[in-house]
Write a new protein. Structure first.
Length: 228
């Protein structure tokens, strides 16, 4: 086992045992190196890996922001990994979209009609109704709307996976807008579909919400010319 892996294993065990938690700080680099009998270079390598995974945030200098703090940001790490594998063309975009349909259909079917996230979704719909909204701003609000719907299901793993799937193809989805024959017409249709999905969830009709969200996602990518 490489020495930085010893550090990773120690931190994983500390997290699993509850001796480290979100918001807590790792021991100082020198102290951790001495405790585990590894080099400080190995400690730094392990911390860089954990930063990339969204498990810690390393601060420099002194004061309250200094030190390595345990965080929890799985979406960013998963999204980055997926985006790179999409770039290698090993993971086809069409497969990412299909997986998103599966997850989001499940999420809206399970979403609670009284979930507070639905209030956020409604507010985002109001934002998307603004006149002359730039394409990039509409797409950013659209991402937040769909993630709010996923969050309403109350499943942290599904929420993280949904966020990472959206992040992995966000640039690609934005590029597809240039293929749309009439952006204004598309926006009008998407707004109506958003309203229908939200209304179905509010009315506790998960089956309808799942059907509508699948048609909504697949319809957009088909119109934009996504190759299967």
């Amino acid at each position: 086992m490489r020495t930085h892996q010893l550090v990773l294993s120690w931190i994983e065990n500390e997290l699993s045992a509850g001796r480290l938690a979100v918001g807590g700080r790792l021991p100082a680099e020198r102290s951790l190196a001495e405790q585990l009998r590894v080099s400080r270079t190995s400690v730094r390598e392990a911390i860089r890996i954990l930063e990339a995974l969204g498990v810690v945030r390393a601060g420099v200098g002194s004061g309250p922001e200094a030190g390595t703090v345990v965080i929890s940001d799985p979406t960013a790490a998963l999204g980055s990994a997926l985006r790179l594998h999409v770039a290698t063309q090993h993971l086809p975009v069409a497969d990412i979209v299909e997986t998103r349909v599966l997850l989001e259909s499940w999420a809206v079917a399970k979403a609670r009609p009284d979930a507070p996230e639905l209030d956020e979704a409604a507010a985002l719909l109001e934002g998307m109704a603004a006149e002359d909204l730039p394409v990039a701003d509409f797409l950013a609000l659209d991402v937040r709307f769909h993630l709010a719907l996923a969050d309403a299901a109350g499943n942290a793993v599904v929420s993280a996976m949904m966020g990472s799937l959206r992040e992995s193809i966000q640039g690609y989805a934005a590029e597809l807008t240039s293929n749309l024959p009439d952006w204004a017409a598309t926006v009008s249709r998407l707004r109506d579909e958003h309203q229908g999905i939200l209304a179905a969830i509010r009315n506790n009709d998960g089956a309808l919400a799942a059907k509508l969200v699948a048609a909504h996602i697949e319809g957009y990518y088909k119109e934009a010319g996504l190759r299967p």
